[in-house]
Design a protein around this ligand. Structure first.
Ligand SMILES: CC(C)(COP(=O)(O)OP(=O)(O)OC[C@H]1O[C@@H](n2cnc3c(N)ncnc32)[C@H](O)[C@@H]1OP(=O)(O)O)[C@@H](O)C(=O)NCCC(=O)NCCS
Length: 182
């Protein structure tokens, strides 16, 4: 951590100049095996930049990206719900309220863009993320449990979901190119 980080972390709109650092930080902190239908990739970041939505922010220590949030103005088929999709803070900077500031910036932008709700999905074992959301105005609404049946009857069910996606660059339902009608 640099000396400047003791005094000022700036929250700024994400730009193309941040792309590489955002991607690298995500690879360091996200465990996408717990939600095996999602994938962290260049595409996941780039489509947010492409969309022109203003709900994507970085936390900067000087020019170093130490956190980010990626939000979008729609959630699945709901045009009236914003989606706070990805959030991360560099482990060396966690516990200092940076994620809370990123959540606020993202939600303010989504509400200003017309969202009546902002939703986010938290994996059940991610207590840091659940606490972050609970402390920042989110309340649990709907719980969805991924039930899994394996093709191998003797296989432990949890193992069956830890595979590599056949379409690692396509996020379910939110990318053009997934052959769903708009
Ligand atoms: C979740 C994450 C973004 C939180 O970042 P952070 O900057 O440390 O969060 P903040 O400092 O703003 O803390 C927000 C609240 O969450 C709490 N919190 C943070 N980490 C926690 C943990 N590991 N366990 C329990 N509570 C935690 C803080 O105490 C704080 O609550 P408080 O206001 O009552 O003190 C960070 O842990 C992270 O990057 N995790 C890996 C990526 C991830 O899982 N992202 C979410 C899925 S996309």
């Amino acid at each position: 951590m640099s000396e400047s980080s003791q005094t000022e972390i700036v929250i700024a709109p994400v730009g193309f100049e941040h792309l590489r650092q955002v991607l690298d930080l995500g690879y360091r902190v996200f465990d996408t095996t717990v939600k095996p239908y999602t994938s962290w990739s260049l595409t996941a970041v780039a489509e947010h930049l492409d969309s022109g939505d203003s709900a994507c922010w970085v936390a900067l220590d000087g020019t170093a990206v130490v956190g980010f949030v990626l939000g979008s103005q729609t959630f699945e088929l709901r045009d009236d719900w914003g989606y706070l999709e990805w959030i991360a803070v560099d482990p060396a900077y966690q516990g200092r309220g940076i994620a809370g500031r990123l959540v606020d910036s993202c939600c303010e932008a989504l509400f200003a863009g017309g969202a009546s709700r902002v939703v986010t999905d938290v994996e059940s074992s991610n207590s840091a993320s659940a606490t972050l959301m609970a402390r920042n105005g989110f309340a649990p609404a709907v719980t969805v449990t991924l039930f899994v049946r394996s093709s191998q009857p003797d296989e432990e069910p949890g193992r069956a979901v830890r595979g590599v996606s056949k379409r690692p660059l396509i996020r379910s339902g939110r990318l053009l190119g997934d052959h769903r009608n708009p």
